[in-house]
Write a protein that binds this ligand. Sequence first.
Ligand code: A2P
Length: 282
Amino acid sequence: MKTLYDTFRLRNGVEIPCIGFGTWQTPDGDTAVMAVSEAIRAGYRHIDTAACYGNEVGVGRGIKASGLEREKLFVTSKVWNTERGYDKTLSAFEKTISDLGLDYLDLYLIHWPASSFRFENWEEINLGTWRAMTELYKAGRIKAIGVSNFLPHHLKALTETEISPMVNQIEYHPGLTQAETVAYCRENDIVVEAWSPLGTGRMLKSEELQVMAAKYGKSVAQLCIRWCLQNGVLPLPKSVTPSRIEENVDVFDFEITKEDMAEINAIPYFGGAGLHPDEIDF
Ligand code: A2P
């Protein structure tokens, strides 16, 4: 990846701009409008939101305010856990589209798998949700479909359906590389996206990463984002601060060495959201 306009290519030919603008924990209203329009002004062409973030209206207003033509932008949203299953997913999609003020989505994801921890028929629930996503995709309402926070055992049943997931968005940052899930996705031609590539800010406190970033004349945030790209994972950094929004895409003028990549890849877990897909109670 050499510029912000380079893309990851999905199995169906759809191209996703290589850094997405994260909006988890971005408050709706003026903050979302400002952050999203600022991101588009800074060159982001990929915006990631979700129904459960409660900011789709503000994100949509930010997109409109930017004045950018719709087809130049890649927009992702996600179906929330209370809306799982065929019928509810179809309605959730209509609400998302209406809140965003768009007439199609580029990518729609199942936000979290139904897990065996909470549901005896978890596989059946996931398949019901997936059937609705597939139908929306085939009707042309969504350009690509995928999942988020799915582990290999959740993914398996979906990869055996008519249309296999094209994307899996997982928590991914130094100390949490989810090697088994990433390998499974690679084998099944599923693009991996990183939510919280900065560990929701936690990574920035690592002395080891601070020393390494300084060597490149870059910030730890930039190091983490570049590290995702060099590992073939699409980062989705979030910020509501204009200077950071710009900083987070200024990552194309340096290359992390093989040795440093290996060092970051080997950093043990030192904090994250702590949400295991098989243990969450929401
Ligand atoms: P803010 O939104 O107030 O600018 P992640 O993308 O891993 O979820 O991390 C998001 C968090 O990291 C937010 O708290 C955000 O703060 C902060 N953040 C994002 N970019 C930077 C940066 N370049 N430098 C420092 N903090 C950042």
